[in-house]
Design a protein around this ligand. Structure first.
Ligand SMILES: Nc1nc2c(ncn2[C@@H]2O[C@H](COP(=O)(O)OP(=O)(O)OP(=O)(O)O)[C@@H](O)[C@H]2O)c(=O)[nH]1
Length: 374
């Protein structure tokens, strides 16, 4: 048999890439970019959310059949890895002709543990394809000061994506890039905005199992130990509301959110104030952004939010958000949409929210992000 025939006889193994990064760093954004720009390659996705509502799974494009969610809690602490194996087998069934699997880890998962789980799998059709760590350029210095272990995460990565470089000055970018390169110990570092990573970087990448500078995963873990998992100390609050939220009250809640409440994500229904759109909501540190989009067909009119933080009064946070509910609608959404949208009062009440809506063209043009100014 010629080498070529031999290659054809042995079925190609499908690489499984672990995509990790601290809360809100931009993992879902990177993933969506990859799904949109994969030029014909078939990418299957496995999403692991920390909160009990699967916001990330909802936010990943092209879900049908190719995306599964691994539900609540950090995958890194799963005792039973069989669910992961099962889902991977399902996603990569031969008929689906998948070229690559990406596991999007929760923002608090320990990537080294996840890599171990993938390596422990015994599916001969799959091969570990490397660890991609997404870093939030604007938040990294402060986040690392709180969690020094984050530096070690870069050392075990095979590719570091330095995301959100639009949020820092050119000088800060140069300094941070040098620091991140140093921490990454020779792994490739790709500075990007809005997750625009060249997909080729993933397809070409092969994990460095024996780490650079003779360090193995075990050495790195030994260095790190006995550090607790990142998610210890973090709590999540998940809320679903069938009645709309009041925009003015929600803005006041967001402006006063406690320091430790690092991440908020989900979708908001403002009812009569804007009956035509649901609003994607993202807060990361002091960053805040609303993204209006037409209600997807058949989507229930409701708000779903996950709030994640450390040292927060979870009951107080939940109560604060509950108080943003609008108890009485002045008109039904249907009547308003027929009339062409919100009434004047509704529009006025939306002003605070609209300050944090950004024109997608501004993103495309690389315009810097306006900062959160309560
Ligand atoms: N300014 C700016 N914002 C970005 C960039 N990349 C992502 N974002 C925004 O950052 C927020 C968080 O992005 P996600 O992709 O949801 O982050 P994530 O890492 O998946 O979040 P978790 O799963 O909660 O850990 C969203 O509002 C994104 O639109 C970027 O390069 N620049």
């Amino acid at each position: 048999m010629t080498a070529e025939e031999q290659e054809r006889a042995v079925p190609q193994q499908i690489p499984v890439v672990v995509l990790s990064g601290f809360l809100g760093a931009g993992k879902t954004t990177v993933l969506n970019h990859l799904l949109h720009s994969s030029r014909g390659s078939r990418i299957a996705v496995l999403v692991n959310d920390f909160g009990s509502i699967e916001i990330d799974a909802m936010a990943v494009a092209g879900q049908a059949g190719s995306t599964v969610s691994l539900g609540n809690g950090c995958l890194c602490c799963a005792v039973d890895v069989s669910e992961l194996d099962e889902q991977l087998a399902r996603l990569t069934a031969p008929g689906l002709r998948v070229d690559l699997v990406v596991i999007e880890a929760s923002g608090l998962a320990e990537p080294a543990e996840l890599v171990r789980m993938v390596l422990a799998g015994d599916n001969p059709r799959l091969v570990y394809g490397g660890l991609v760590e997404v870093v939030d350029a604007a938040e990294f210095p402060a986040t690392r000061a709180r969690h020094p272990g984050l530096g070690t995460r870069l050392a075990v990565a095979d590719l570091v994506v330095l995301n959100k470089t639009d949020r820092i000055t050119a000088t800060a970018r140069t300094e941070l890039l040098a620091q991140v390169r140093d921490l990454a110990r020779g792994a490739a570092v790709a500075p990007v905005t809005h997750g625009r990573l060249d997909p080729e970087l993933l397809f070409d990448r092969r994990p460095v199992t024996e780490r650079r500078g003779q360090l193995s995963f075990d050495d790195l873990r030994a260095e790190e130990e006995p550090a607790p998992h990142l998610h210890e100390g973090y709590e999540s609050v998940a809320r679903t509301y069938e009645v709309p939220l009041d925009p003015v009250r929600l803005m006041s809640f967001l402006e006063r959110r406690p320091e430790g409440l690092y991440r908020i994500k989900g979708y908001v229904d403002f009812g009569a104030a804007d009956p035509l759109h649901r609003y994607g909501l993202h807060a990361v540190g002091r960053f805040l952004r609303f993204t209006p989009e037409p209600w997807p067909e058949g989507a229930p009119r409701r708000s779903e939010l996950v709030l994640i933080g450390a040292g927060i009064d979870a009951a107080g946070v939940a109560a604060g958000l509950d108080a943003c509910r609008e108890e009485e609608l002045t008109a039904t959404p249907d009547a308003l949409s027929l009339a062409g949208g919100a009434d004047a009062d509704g529009q006025r009440r939306m002003w605070g929210v609209l300050r944090y809506v950004r024109d997608p063209e501004a993103d495309a043009a690389g315009e810097p992000e306006p900062e959160f100014t309560p």
